[in-house]
Every structure is written in structure tokens, then in C-alpha cells.
Ligand binder design. Structure first.
Ligand code: GRF
Length: 197
């Protein structure tokens, strides 16, 4: 059974989707930790309510010292015995050193059809570009932000009158389908990408 640690920064809706799917019979992974850089992240309570161990390491006292923050972040991850890390709405950039430590076993979900729109404000950028479709991507995390091998994508149409908020909500629903589907395969050692529809 693969042991999965999920890193969050906020509400954790993607984390919940992953935890709920891992509760299904036949899944090759189990959640062993939900970890946040914000001790007040609502996702921490939601994870606890589902019986998943939680931890928080506030990044603010570390200011710009990313290495010191990550040294603390590592403690609960190592204590949990996690084999796989899932970044799910985790809003801190990780250093190459941290990424390298989990090379080949750290996933992230990004709310765009990578390689388009790495970084922030992805939905507004898709609208500004007049794109007919948008979506989300699950990829392996590498030292280059939002750049690793793609493990799955889900596409949604951009509708007339869409705002960044309405498009984000449509994409988020697909994130909750895509990430569990990718983790299910990934935990079973299958790297075949998942393409929704
Ligand atoms: C959402 O914008 C989602 O697109 C991105 O992270 C943000 C928060 O997600 N992946 P969550 O509800 O905390 O999972």
C-alpha cells in the first residue's frame, strides 16, 4: 500500500477528493498525512474529520529562508513514512533541493492546460487570450515550476460570458475528477496519462 502525504494551503477540496477516492476498495494508496503551510487552513479540519493525521508548519516565521521552512516541513512528512507527495492547492514554491528529494514521487495539480499558463491567474489569462477551452493538469513536480511530465489533463469549454470565477468553478469540478484518477494509476505504478474527455 503506497502511503500518500497531501500538502495544502487552503480549503483542500482537491485533498478531500483524493482522500475520499483512496477510501474506495482496491485503491493502491492510503492517506497518511495532510500538511499545510497555514495552521488555519480549513482543509486541516476537513482532513481530521475524515480521520487523516494532520500537521501544519507556518511558513511566515521563516520569511525568505525557504530551506529552513522546508527542513521543518520535512519532519512530519518523514515521520508519516509517505512514499508519494501530492501538492493540492499548495501555494508555496519548493526549492530544487526539496523537489529533488521527492523526484519521481511528487505530483501537483495546476489549473490550466500546461504548458499553457504556468504560474498564477490562469483562468483570467485563458479568457484574455480568447481560448475556446481551458482545464487542469496533473504533473510530476520538477525543479522548474509547473513544468514536469504530464500525468493527466481535463478539458472544459469556455462559455460565453465566463468570468475567471465561473471558469475556475468549472475547472475545479474537473480537478476533483482528474487528480483521483491520476493518483489511482500512479499509486499502482501506472504512468499512462489520464485524458478526460
Ligand atoms: C484552486 O484554485 C485549484 O484550482 C488549485 O488550487 C486552488 C485551491 O484548491 N489546484 P483546493 O480547493 O485547496 O484543493
Amino acid at each position: 500500500m503506497k502511503r500518500v502525504a497531501i500538502l495544502i494551503s487552503g480549503g483542500g477540496s482537491n485533498m478531500l477528493a483524493l482522500v475520499r477516492d483512496m477510501a474506495q476498495p482496491g485503491h493502491a494508496a492510503m492517506p497518511v498525512l495532510v500538511l499545510s503551510n497555514d495552521p488555519k487552513a480549513a482543509g486541516l479540519e476537513r482532513a481530521s474529520a475524515l480521520g487523516v493525521p494532520v500537521a501544519a508548519v507556518d511558513h511566515r516565521p521563516f520569511a525568505k529562508d525557504r530551506e529552513a521552512f522546508e527542513a521543518e516541513l520535512l519532519r512530519p512528512i518523514l515521520a508519516s513514512g509517505a512514499d508519494i507527495l501530492c501538492l493540492a492547492g499548495f501555494m508555496r514554491v519548493l526549492t530544487p533541493g526539496f523537489v529533488h528529494r521527492f523526484s519521481g514521487r511528487m505530483l501537483n495539480i495546476h489549473p490550466s492546460l500546461l504548458p499553457k499558463y504556468p504560474g498564477l491567474h490562469t483562468h483570467q489569462r485563458a479568457l484574455d487570450a480568447g481560448d475556446a477551452e481551458a482545464g487542469c493538469t496533473v504533473h510530476e513536480v520538477t525543479p522548474v515550476l509547473d513544468d514536469g511530465p504530464i500525468l493527466g489533463q481535463a478539458r472544459v469549454p469556455v462559455e460565453p460570458g465566463d468570468t475567471a470565477e465561473t471558469l475556475a468553478a468549472r475547472v475545479l469540478r474537473e480537478e476533483h475528477r482528474l487528480y483521483p484518477a491520476v493518483l489511482r494509476r500512479y499509486a499502482a505504478g501506472d504512468r499512462t496519462p489520464v485524458w478526460l474527455p
